[in-house]
Write a protein that binds this ligand. Sequence first.
Ligand SMILES: Nc1nc2c(ncn2[C@@H]2O[C@H](COP(=O)(O)OP(=O)(O)OP(=O)(O)O)[C@@H](O)[C@H]2O)c(=O)[nH]1
Ligand SMILES: [Mg+2]
Ligand SMILES: [Zn+2]
Length: 310
Amino acid sequence: MMGTVLKSTGSWYLVQAEDGRGVHCTLKGKFRMQGSKATNPVSVGDVVEMSLNRNEDTGIITEIRPRHNYIVRRATKLSKRSHIIAANIDQATLIVTLALPRTSLGFIDRFLITCEAYHIPASIVFNKVDVYDDPMMAQMRRYKDIYEQAGYPCLEVSAKSGENLDRLILMLKDKITLLAGHSGVGKSTLINMIEPGLDLKTRPLSEMHRKGKHTTTFAEMFPLSSGGFIIDTPGIKEFGLYDFTPEEVAERYPEMRSRMQGCRYHNCTHIHEPGCAVKEAVEKGDIPYERYDNYIRIVNDDELLKKERR
Ligand SMILES: Nc1nc2c(ncn2[C@@H]2O[C@H](COP(=O)(O)OP(=O)(O)OP(=O)(O)O)[C@@H](O)[C@H]2O)c(=O)[nH]1
Ligand SMILES: [Mg+2]
Ligand SMILES: [Zn+2]
């Protein structure tokens, strides 16, 4: 029997069978042995083949169907292994906020680079606008300029006041959407507002700091009554890129990708070469300097990491 993995807790998987019922599954032993570089062989969104146990509400996953796509991040900072966040998704939405816990541009860029690498359409949702002061509002406008110019849809919302939630619902309709972001940005709160029946666990930031834990601990996929599915994920502290070369990083900046044919050298890294069309565009203000700065920082960080891991 086939099914879709709705939740994975590490040892147990909740699989929605074709007939709609939920089956709690374990994994056939051999999956763990396979030479995969992922710390989790099966992820939320995977389509699997399973055999039901005699009691019919538990089963064993025997096979994973080929994935259309998946999104990964480095399992831990120095790890050579990856963690698959979700598979077979239509789009990824990064929930960010300029209130607490503030999201940095570097974090946003790393997430977007990964989405570009796996050809997953990405968007950015600025949450908690109900508490933004004037400087935060100004900053959000700048962020929106930067990312909309690069081609990523942006939306400002408040789970608290309800602002623009109707537009968020439209964005999600009939699609399988991954929600990602730091712990405490309001992913689960937003899902509760969109789909009130779910009643997901959320927690005030003050308590988070005390316990230092994520409120959502496992990724889980939920059907939306307006059509489609949404995947809630545990907060991500750092978004470690999984093994990209500088060329691959540059190609994943749409503003750089569209200009690099103009560079004098075909293997230009856009850092120190003369006749670089990317640097010219940064100087003219056609590429936001923040994006270029992040590019340099990401390339340098990743080179350092590679050395440390050797
Ligand atoms: N003022 C304000 N607070 C919000 C908003 N959205 C969420 N919050 C609060 O932010 C806190 C954290 O929200 P959660 O939904 O638990 O955050 P999360 O992103 O799911 O966190 P993890 O599950 O740990 O990854 C809660 O106290 C929410 O009430 C908003 O739009 N405005
Ligand atoms: Mg949560
Ligand atoms: Zn160049």
